[in-house]
Design a protein around this ligand. Structure first.
Ligand code: ZN
Length: 139
């Protein structure tokens, strides 16, 4: 069995953003040389997500509005977590609901995604360098 590991780094200049990362994951898969197996992609930070959905800007605006309704950034003091001096209590909650990781089947050297499935990095507390782990196992 072959095993491949790579960290993808992001430095999002805003607090929140969604980034389409399917091409970067496909690049990792090509690099790995693996034809059949599994590909795990996970955020390595507790205020960021990796998820799969449609690459459609209206949907991403809907996520932004929906997440702000569920866990508004302001007022900062509404979160017990921010008693520690941080201001990212909302970002931890947003990450929880959007998920930590995705696993995609690898078939005949390609990501075996559904027709509209694309992989995204969700940033909820940006403006600093953060990482996503790509781990591919198979043969
Ligand atoms: Zn925090």
């Amino acid at each position: 069995m072959k095993s491949y590991r790579k960290e993808l780094w992001f430095d999002i200049p805003t607090r929140r953003a969604f980034l389409h990362i399917t091409p970067k994951v496909e690049e990792c898969l090509r690099e790995s040389g693996i034809r059949e197996g599994l590909c795990l992609v996970n955020a390595m930070h507790i205020t960021a997500s990796v998820f799969i959905n449609d690459n459609e800007s209206g949907l991403h605006a809907d996520y932004e509005r929906w997440l702000e309704q569920l866990a508004p950034h302001e007022p900062i003091r509404q979160y017990r977590h921010n008693d520690t001096g941080e201001d990212n209590g909302d970002a931890h909650l947003k990450r929880q609901i959007m998920g930590r990781e995705v696993v995609v089947a690898v078939t005949e050297g390609r990501l075996d995604l559904g027709p509209w499935e694309r992989i995204f990095y969700g940033e909820f507390d940006g403006r600093r360098r953060k990482r996503v782990l790509v781990k591919i196992i198979g043969e």
